[in-house]
Write a new protein. Structure first.
Length: 84
């Protein structure tokens, strides 16, 4: 399928570089450090995901609800207000 043809090579590239892919693991909260950087992702299961980089495939409406309060006024994230 089209999704596998697109996502498969990306997953292979990430895993080849020592990264990992976490799927079907609902996020409860994006936890930030005092400087606004991501400290970790807190999953609904209680598990914490700590990484150097994070990539999200969440639908826009979900992302809009998940944005940490400190990020909501940043120009980049304000653009989400225009998306449905």
């Amino acid at each position: 399928n089209q999704s596998d043809r697109l996502c498969g090579p990306m997953q292979e590239y990430i895993e080849k570089g020592g990264g990992s892919i976490v799927m079907n693991s609902p996020i409860k909260e994006i936890v930030t450090n005092d400087d606004g950087t991501v400290k970790h992702l807190l999953l609904r299961s209680g598990e914490k995901i700590v990484a150097d980089e994070y990539v999200s495939a969440m639908p826009v409406d979900v992302v809009k609800r998940m944005i940490p309060e400190k990020w909501q006024q940043m120009p980049y994230f304000r653009q989400f207000d225009e998306l449905e």
